[in-house]
Design a protein. Structure first.
Length: 149
């Protein structure tokens, strides 16, 4: 099964998200992407964060695992310690090249946590888990989530 990583990065009551406009469908999701052959989950997480936001993070902790089915696979979602910087998409990424075509865009951004509950965030099960964790604390052991658009 395909594996991917996602990053939960919080800075001053804002959540790092990737704002998407996929052929007119607008939504937000966590920064992340596929784990490459031979790559560890943590290495993939740090690589994806650098490519899609330019951010490096400190400590990381696996907090959720979500089976998103085909073609997305198993999503390993990490809480990441924010250490500084502002999100910028690397021009060398596939996402930046897709942006140039105009109809399917990626934009890393800070979303106020107060906006998360009413946002079109994918997945809804992950959104609810993040909201709960921000209120009650992130789990000590990874929680298995059932993917719901």
């Amino acid at each position: 099964m395909k594996q991917a990583v996602r990053a939960i990065v919080v800075n001053e009551n804002k959540l790092l998200v990737m704002r998407r406009n996929k052929f007119g469908t607008k939504y937000s999701t966590l920064i992340g992407g596929a784990v490459e052959l031979g790559e560890s989950l943590e290495a993939a997480l740090r690589r994806e964060l650098m490519e899609e936001s330019g951010l490096t993070v400190g400590e990381v902790k696996l907090v959720f695992v979500e089976d998103a089915g085909e073609p997305y696979g198993e999503q390993f979602v990490y809480w990441c310690q924010y250490t500084g910087g502002e999100p910028v998409l690397s021009p060398a990424t596939t996402e930046a090249k897709i942006n140039q075509l105009g109809d399917n865009t990626y934009a890393p951004d800070w979303m106020p946590i107060t906006d998360l509950d009413r946002s079109d965030f994918v997945s809804s099960s992950l959104k609810q888990a993040i909201l709960q964790a921000l209120e009650l604390g992130f789990p000590d052991e990874p929680v298995l989530l059932e993917w719901k658009r």
